[in-house]
Design a protein around this ligand. Sequence first.
Ligand code: RB5
Length: 143
Amino acid sequence: MKIAIASDHGGYELKEYIIGFVMGMGFEVEDLGTNSAESVDYPEFGKKCAEAVVSGEADRGVVVCGTGIGISIAANKVKGARCALCTSEEMAEMTRKHNDANILALGGRTTKPEVALSILNKFLFTEFEGGRHQKRVDLLNSY
Ligand code: RB5
């Protein structure tokens, strides 16, 4: 599985931490920046990551900004992106099972690194349930 990951400066540190973890697990990673703690605009990075996922270049995406809010809004502007901002393992599990989320958003300033990793773990290893949820995901994809 190939994972595209992007952040702004507020999420830079957590992004770097996550990349180490994900590569250690044997996943392929596409790092779309940013590459330092210098101030940048999160919409550009959310869009880049979502485009990589929606085009099929990556299987899943992870986006990080200070709160995870701005960059998730940006990612969800791309048609076909289903980006979920998660602050708990339960949210990550549910968004995979019910929404087939293809991008995870995390807050670099609001979620502790070890909590972020447990959320990411659920996001990567929980399958979509399909069934009654498929029609709703199809509706999302049609908008
Ligand atoms: C940047 O200061 C901050 O606004 C950004 O990282 C994010 O939290 C926006 O939602």
